[in-house]
Design a binder for this molecule. Sequence first.
Ligand code: GAR
Length: 206
Amino acid sequence: MNQKKAGIAVFVSGGGTNLQALIDAEKDGIISSGTIKLVVSNNPNAYALERAKKAGIKSVVVTRKACGSAEAFEERLIEILKEEEIDLIILAGFMTILSADFTGKFRNRIINVHPSLIPSFCGKGMYGLKVHEAALEKGVKVTGATAHFVNEIPDGGEIILQKAVNVRVGDTPEKLQKRVMRQAEWIILPKAAELVCKELVKGEND
Ligand code: GAR
């Protein structure tokens, strides 16, 4: 009998290294309860789209601009997710905040990776390099990454996994970002995806 897997859509906006970590984790069996069916980008130039293509994963570009409004953008996303029978959305460097209306429709079915130990250096306006700039500015000695569920509060949903990373003397935001990705994000995001997928398909494979 074929094992039922949760259908995953990965939302991206940029380089897609976290998408790559998810693709590799599925290939390596770290993600075994879910399968990446779709990559959604709100940036037509995102390198993540190349990664999807190389892995043979269907991708689609949806922009607010082309949709005309934030509401129409989210309606289009919902339409696509239904068409592709998606069970879990993974935000992997997706640089748009989803509305309470959208997150409410997918309660406990959207996860995000954030490049700090929440509740530090998170919330509206805290994304990408800005997070590491803020951590260095504050002088913290330990930072890290967090995988969490997404709700109506930016970076406010239930925490699934966290991993700490040491800050080193002489770090720049770029150096710290790379270390946090390598030592934390690329490890905890696939693990969190598997934990949630396993829960979603529980009972369906008995
Ligand atoms: C990652 O560091 C991710 O944690 C961060 O953007 C980067 C995307 O890189 N996300 C946020 O800051 C969300 N608040 P990637 O496109 O190479 O995965």
